[in-house]
Design a protein. Structure first.
Ligand SMILES: Nc1ncnc2c1ncn2[C@@H]1O[C@H](COP(=O)(O)OP(=O)(O)OP(=O)(O)O)[C@@H](O)[C@H]1O
Ligand code: SF4
Ligand SMILES: [Mg+2]
Length: 308
């Protein structure tokens, strides 16, 4: 069960704007806009939204790979940048396991790497730990001596998860971790994430553009649109009946489709960022930015949430 009293990681009113182009023609890309969120030990937060909504940006912030322009990123209640923590406390699993598994090294060597880097274990201890982790992720221990290309795609992603978990991290960011897998491998890896989290109690940020995948793992859902959180709720409440048009559209419920117009990538500084695409938009949506409020147990930024 999530230990809500102790958020492992917290974003407190964080904003990030990327800059690109030469100094005389600077372009700004706002990617996180006043984002506040917390993830407790043992909790999985699902972060969903279309491409470009800022999900990976949030992942990089909690990994300490990106600094906030404004606001604070806290790990165990202390500023992440200043905290003297073990590097191994925060781990990342990406869409392509090749990132974690060196093609020229045996799988076991890549899995053991975080322990080898930490430097407090003997080779023998690492070998036995790798065997333990492989068993935990459902791969035969003998696979440790194989090379990544000798494993299936699903097995490689399991091995990447074993590598992320070998140092017992406090927080794991899964960024589109099952997006490249076929449906049955997806289900297996999602179950694996659930099981290992129950065993190890890490906090998890599960990033995906696919609401169906998130459904199996997330305790809580956060929906982003163009850098802003527009909806947040416990997963069971959310999947029962989302109270935000964008969340409804992402779910593509057959009984109640809300189809958004094409992305316009435009946010007005005054109105709702979705005003140009939302089929539910009314005049007020163009002029007033909806505040976050609670409607039937869901936090939503929408003027019409009560009517959905
Ligand atoms: N290094 C960068 N320089 C400039 N703009 C960037 C940079 N990285 C991301 N962006 C922009 O910031 C916005 C958010 O990007 P981000 O990668 O966080 O989105 P995402 O939700 O993870 O998308 P996807 O689902 O495609 O992975 C996008 O508009 C993107 O183009
Ligand atoms: S505030 Fe208006 S435009 Fe924004 S999501 Fe709600 S109905 Fe749609
Ligand atoms: Mg991304």
């Amino acid at each position: 069960m999530p230990d809500i009293a102790t958020p492992v990681v917290a974003l407190d009113h964080v904003s990030v704007t990327y800059q690109s182009g030469p100094p005389w023609a600077r372009l700004s890309h706002p990617a996180a806009n006043d984002v506040t969120l917390e993830i407790a030990a043992g909790e999985t937060v699902g972060l969903v939204g279309e491409s470009g909504s800022g999900k990976t940006t949030i992942g990089k912030l909690v990994l300490g790979l990106l600094n906030a322009d404004t606001g604070h990123v806290l790990f165990d209640g202390e500023p992440l940048a200043r905290r003297r923590r073990r590097n191994a406390d925060i781990q990342l699993v990406l869409q392509h396991p090749e990132w974690a598994l060196n093609p020229f090294l045996k799988v076991g060597t890549s899995i053991a790497e975080p322990l080898a880097v930490a430097g407090s274990t003997t080779k023998k201890e690492r070998r036995s730990k790798v065997g333990e982790l492989l068993e935990m992720v459902g791969i035969e221990a003998s696979m440790a001596t194989r090379y990544p290309h000798q494993l299936s795609g699903g097995q490689r992603q399991r091995a990447a998860i074993a590598r992320a978990l070998i140092s017992r991290p406090r927080l794991v960011v899964f960024d589109e971790a099952v997006s490249a897998l076929d449906v049955s491998a997806q289900a297996q890896v999602l179950n694996l994430i659930k099981e290992t989290q129950q065993q190890q109690g890490y906090a998890a940020l599960f990033i995906s553009h696919d609401l169906a995948a998130v459904r199996y793992v997330a305790d809580r859902l956060i929906v982003m649109y163009l850098g802003s959180i527009v909806a947040e709720a416990a997963a069971d409440v959310f999947y029962g009946r989302p109270k935000h048009p964008y969340a409804v559209a992402l779910m593509e419920r057959e009984d109640d489709p809300v189809t958004l117009g094409p992305p316009d990538g435009v946010t007005t500084s005054t109105g709702c960022p979705l005003a140009g695409r939302c089929p539910c938009a009314i005049e007020r949506c163009v002029t007033d930015r909806p505040e976050m409020r609670v409607v039937l147990g869901q936090r939503v930024a929408c003027h019409r949430a009560d009517e959905l």
